[in-house]
Design a protein. Structure first.
Length: 162
């Protein structure tokens, strides 16, 4: 299967609302000055694997970009709503209308009783209409999901591994 066929398969895993929202995200993130990534279940789908239910689109950006985006979007930082698994310096929930989006910066996850900063090292580009999306490459996404330690993330990592 050629690369363009691979992406067509991955995009078929996304419903219309998710697909339309990803296009909006790609458009909105064109102004980002630093690298950014789609992570979580949506990234799994963009790698061509069915992750199961997708509840939102998770995007990781730098803290400076998050602050600029918050101002541009007139979107409050709701980072004080962390969980036992995750926390971030900035958490934005912009209303793009179609599907929930969470834009995070300074994202940390809890592993072995320590908080670890999520800082992907790889960046794989996915062309979407006239814009691009970025995800960690497959081996790194597997590692990230396993590091999160939650059952659903480990299941998704295992699906990506097979």
């Amino acid at each position: 299967m050629g690369l363009s066929d691979f992406w067509k398969v991955s995009l078929m895993l996304l419903n219309h609302d998710i697909s339309a929202t990803l296009t909006l995200c790609a458009q909105q993130l064109q102004t980002a000055k630093d690298p950014w990534w789609v992570i979580g279940s949506t990234a799994v789908a963009l790698h061509g694997v069915d992750p199961g239910p997708i509840n939102d689109i998770d995007i990781l950006v730098s803290v400076p970009d998050a602050k600029r985006l918050a101002e541009n979007w007139q979107c409050p930082n709701t980072a004080n709503t962390g969980s036992e698994w995750f926390r971030s310096q900035v958490l934005l929930k912009p209303d793009f209308g179609c599907f929930p989006v969470e834009v995070m910066a300074g994202l940390e996850f809890r592993a072995l009783d320590k908080w670890l900063l999520l800082a992907p090292k790889t960046r794989q580009e996915i062309h979407r209409d006239t814009h691009s999306l970025f995800v960690p490459n497959r081996p790194e996404l597997i590692k990230i999901l396993r590091s999160f330690g939650r059952e659903k993330d480990i299941r998704r990592a295992n699906l990506l591994s097979s």
